[in-house]
Write a new protein. Structure first.
Length: 208
């Protein structure tokens, strides 16, 4: 089973993905946790280019294609073989990040982004996508509180993040059965409970 976590920066994707991984391991499930962009040797090299603050000249199309190249490698090398073995695969971001950030955020043509996404994934989509929703305002507050250094992708303005957030909502509206939209302002354990309830209901039982 393939699950992904989505949402704007600092919404709690990594926090929740890790909690879910731990829970699944405690239930004796085989689980693989991957972060995007990255997850293979080639994809990690692409990640360095994408996040490098020196690469200010990077065009929006280059950015789109690099994210997609990283993902194509991850799907073929890691995700598909793991799913074939019955492993639960959890990704911290996937194809919806490209639609939301490069499509809605950067304003690239939606049909084009969709086409490139389809090529990169070879049609493979998550069974469920957890969209953790916070405002851009909340994102800035959390970023300030954690004193993290910002990377190239994080150097965008509030309008950009508002467009990305609206884009995520649009994507969720288009595929309501895949998306689970969760208010990210709730306490961490309350969000985990919602996610676990969904996942527990989808896990194959040992009798199958
Ligand atoms: N439900 C929550 N309520 C308040 N703070 C939270 C919540 N979930 C996570 N945080 C805090 O917000 C910050 C960002 O969390 P996290 O790294 O999980 O987000 P993320 O979506 O993975 O961010 P990024 O996109 O930058 O990787 C951390 O300091 C984390 O402790
Ligand atoms: Mg994270």
């Amino acid at each position: 089973m393939f699950l992904s976590f989505e949402g704007i920066d600092c919404c709690g994707k990594t926090t929740q993905a890790k909690l879910l991984v731990e829970k699944l391991k405690a239930e004796n499930r085989e689980v693989l946790f991957l972060r995007e962009p990255g997850g293979t040797e080639i994809s990690e090299q692409i990640r360095q280019i994408l996040l490098n603050k020196k690469n200010l000249k990077m065009t929006q199309i280059t950015e789109l294609l690099l994210f997609s190249a990283s993902r194509a490698q991850l799907v073929t090398e890691v995700i598909k073989p793991a799913l074939a073995k019955g492993t639960v695969v959890i990704t911290d971001r996937f194809v919806d990040s490209t639609s939301a950030y490069q499509g809605y955020g950067r304003g690239l043509h939606h049909g084009g982004v969709k086409g490139i996404n389809a090529i990169a994934t070879n049609g493979l989509m998550p069974k469920k996508t957890f969209l953790i929703d916070i405002t851009a305002h909340e994102m800035y507050a959390r970023r300030q509180a954690s004193h993290q250094e910002t990377d190239r992708m994080e150097m965008s303005n509030e309008d950009f993040y508002n467009r990305v957030r609206d884009g995520y909502h649009q994507l969720a509206k288009e595929e309501p059965s895949r998306f689970v939209v969760i208010d990210g302002k709730q306490p961490i354990d309350a969000i985990h409970t919602v996610i676990w309830k969904e996942v527990d209901g989808l896990l194959p039982t040992g009798d199958e």
